[in-house]
Design a protein. Structure first.
Length: 325
């Protein structure tokens, strides 16, 4: 709270490159939406990667660790006036910045009433903030889960508030090994999103324990720390870091069957020709794609169901189980 509320005043105050890694270029619709976001909100933004998924019209979205509200105001435009975006953050100063600009953005977007709200609270304790079971279509998070000591609680709460078929789409920092206690207790390294980075294999085990489908890797980019002193503290063991975006789905048992064949209908705005779903699956309009049982269940149960023709496969699909890449 101190680091993000008082010590950092703008993204240039960060001491490493960890929180400003961009995994891939922004789509035009997102770039255009970003131009409508207030400059103070953008300046106080400390995220990593891209957390704007596809197929968002009229969705209810929860942003975990929403900070100054940049991603919320982007999503506000993409879900439309019939959709809704909730941002929750533990840092009072950040929530104040986000709330201060609600009226500005609603006027800019031409909305009759706000479709965003901001709550001060902890992402491990969404119930304390009054967020009900199965109340959101999508949960996003941008470089924040590493800042909490209890990653499992965050994923458990995200799973709870998601509707059946809902998605958790989030970027974060991951480590190539479990970190030492010296690194883990370093105040600046924690604030810079490195000391709390999850060993990447632990994400897979926690997701399974909580009930999510196996993580689908969307993008990953190596992180260069760019600070010799901090590199020296981490140094032992040659630990490496990446900024990675994953998608997890809350797949109901009723949607599970065998592998399938799917055809994308090209109906998602901005992705008419092809939908790059993750590192393993790219769906081109009108093209038949063999998918494994996990991906078939995800598409069948999620908001993507109306965008695909899905049929049972006559033979086992060759694609790897669980989108592991």
């Amino acid at each position: 709270q101190d680091y993000y509320g008082r010590e950092l005043q703008k993204s240039e105050d960060l001491k490493t490159n960890a929180c400003v890694t961009s995994a891939r270029p922004l789509p035009k619709a997102v770039r255009d939406a970003l131009e409508h976001v207030h400059e103070e909100v953008v300046a106080r933004y400390y995220g990593c990667g891209l957390v704007i998924p596809e197929c968002l019209a009229s969705c209810r979205i929860l942003d975990l660790g929403s900070g100054s509200g940049r991603d919320c105001y982007l999503l506000s435009q993409l879900v439309g006036e019939q959709g809704h975006v909730t941002g929750i953050d533990m840092t009072e100063g950040q929530v104040e910045v986000a709330k201060k600009h609600i009226a500005y953005h609603m006027d800019k977007f031409g909305y009759q009433k706000p479709n965003v709200e901001f709550i001060q609270g902890y992402i491990e304790k969404l119930g304390d903030a009054g967020l009900a079971d199965e109340s959101y279509d999508i949960v996003i998070s941008n470089c924040v889960i590493n800042l909490t000591p209890d990653k499992r609680a965050v994923l458990q709460e995200a799973y709870r508030v998601l509707k059946p078929g809902g998605e958790m789409y989030f970027s974060d920092v991951y480590a190539s090994q479990r970190l030492s206690e010296t690194t883990w207790k370093h105040r600046v390294l924690w604030g810079e999103c490195l000391a709390g980075a999850l060993y990447w294999r632990d994400l897979y085990s926690i997701a399974e324990e909580v009930g999510f489908s196996p993580p689908c890797l969307v993008t990953a980019s190596p992180i260069t720390i760019g600070n010799k002193e901090l590199e020296g503290i981490i140094g032992e063991g040659n630990c490496r870091f990446v900024s990675a975006t994953f998608r997890l789905f809350k797949v109901p048992e009723s949607s599970r069957a065998g592998p399938g064949q799917v055809i994308y209908n090209g109906g998602i705005v901005g992705h008419e020709r092809e939908l790059v779903f993750d590192a393993n699956y790219t769906f081109k309009e009108g093209e038949v794609v063999d998918v494994d049982a996990e991906m078939a269940a995800i598409l069948r149960s999620s908001r993507f169901a109306d965008e695909f023709l899905i049929r049972a496969s006559k033979a086992d699909a060759a694609a790897p189980q669980g989108c592991d890449c």
